[in-house]
Design a protein around this ligand. Structure first.
Ligand code: PLP
Length: 390
């Protein structure tokens, strides 16, 4: 990996020490240029005319996402974020009173409130699969919890609040074995590690563009496995998702774009394409190795500070580092760091309520390096933090 070139291609680097890639990463120049260039074209020749002129480039985003996750292009819908993608899959499922959903302790708040809405509306039940002593989802327990009423396994692969990596592919093997649909929240995984939907065995996968993929805000995608997609209708449709074929009839699109609607942010789509190609060019294995190595370096240095507790769980740790400081509120620390040009974020307990309540987690600081960071930046962050907390 040519780190010098990659850093030179990241316009934000000279001004910021960015360790908030789990929030939104710094975009490379090619992504920014694509968004600005296309917006300028729309301004010059008109929005519909720009879309017609650039139809080929715009259409390629489906191939890019498909390549990124080992899917077919017909299985990809481009969305404005991961939550909308996830919601489209979840709300398309016909759930009845007594149906059970199995989920993870670290399930993301956006997903969990949707579960709760369907508890209220449709009378479904939510069962949380326990984690093992290290904090990883217990796949054996998951399998033992499956019964005739279990209609969905919906879990988060990497949570928003720390370095845990749940065994998404092992969950997929259990889902396949029992023929249960599997919806995977891969929002924090895509862009920091290789993702292959066949290896994962998932039926739906949702992800966002702005985090580890380094795409523009307002982008995301849904993967919907062909065999399942053909059996379900989106919760809501328009005349793009379904053609109005006669006065009383419509015909749904055959592909995953049945989850999309007619109007879209084309400039962002082009930026999203660039971000995916950029990641693929570097290679997701190399990206994972380097991002995880930098996160490990950070954890090792944090562990040396007597008043710091690292709150990451699980057997293996990804590029999200979470920690608390005895007797110190994290928000003012994050603010002080930002004033010093260093970006980290704070994860609140209500984002992952079940895990946070179980572990009695406070608000925690979250530092998430990426491959474009370097060792000197980690050391500089540590020096700034140490100066703040004494
Ligand atoms: C695990 C997880 N899932 C889903 C989301 C939602 O992603 P988006 O904001 O793109 O809808 C996030 C965002 O932080 C997340 O961390």
């Amino acid at each position: 990996m040519d780190i010098a070139r990659i850093r030179a291609e990241t316009p934000g680097i000279p001004g910021r020490l960015h360790l908030n890639n789990a929030g939104a990463a710094l975009m490379p120049a090619c992504v920014i240029d694509a968004v600005i260039g296309y917006t300028e074209l729309e301004g010059q020749i008109g929005g519909y005319e720009a879309a017609a002129q650039e139809a080929g480039r715009l259409d390629a985003v489906y191939d890019d996402v498909a390549k990124l996750i080992g899917a077919e292009r017909a299985e990809i819908a481009i969305m404005e974020n991961a939550t909308v993608a996830w919601d489209h899959a979840f709300y398309a499922l016909d759930l009845k009173p007594g149906d059970r959903i199995l989920t993870a302790e670290v399930e993301y708040a956006a997903n969990y409130v949707a579960f709760l809405q369907r508890v209220k509306r449709d009378g479904i039940e939510i069962d949380v699969v326990p984690s093992d002593a290290e904090g990883t989802l217990d796949v054996g327990a998951l399998e033992r919890m499956i019964d005739a009423r279990t209609v969905l396994i919906a879990v988060t692969w990497i949570p928003t609040n720390g370095g845990l990596v749940n065994p998404a592919a092992e969950v997929g093997r259990v889902a396949r074995k029992h023929g249960i649909p599997y919806l995977l929240d891969a929002c924090q995984a895509v862009g920091q590690m290789p993702v292959d939907v066949d290896e994962l065995g998932c039926d739906f996968l949702s992800a966002t563009g702005r985090k580890f993929l380094r795409g523009p805000r307002g982008t995301g995608f849904l993967y919907a496995r062909k065999t399942l997609m053909e059996k379900i209708e989106p919760a809501m449709i328009d005349h793009f998702a379904a053609e109005w074929t006669s006065r009383d009839k419509y015909a749904l699109r055959a592909d995953a774009r049945r989850f999309e609607s007619w109007e879209n942010a084309y400039a962002l789509r082009l930026g999203f394409s660039e971000a995916i190609r950029y990641a693929l060019d570097i290679g997701l294995d190399a990206i994972q190795d380097r991002a995880w190595m930098l996160a490990d370096r950070l954890r090792a240095q944090l562990a040396e500070l007597p008043n710091v507790s690292i709150t990451d769980t699980g057997a293996k740790h990804c590029a999200i580092v979470s920690f608390s400081i005895d007797g110190v509120e994290p928000a003012p620390i994050a603010q002080a760091l930002r004033a010093d040009g260093i970006n980290v974020s704070v994860s609140q307990p209500s984002s992952t309520r079940i895990d946070a309540e179980k572990r009695n987690l406070p608000y925690v600081l979250r530092a998430s390096p990426h491959y474009y960071n370097d060792e000197a930046e980690i050391d500089r962050f540590m020096a700034a933090l140490a100066a703040l907390i004494g």
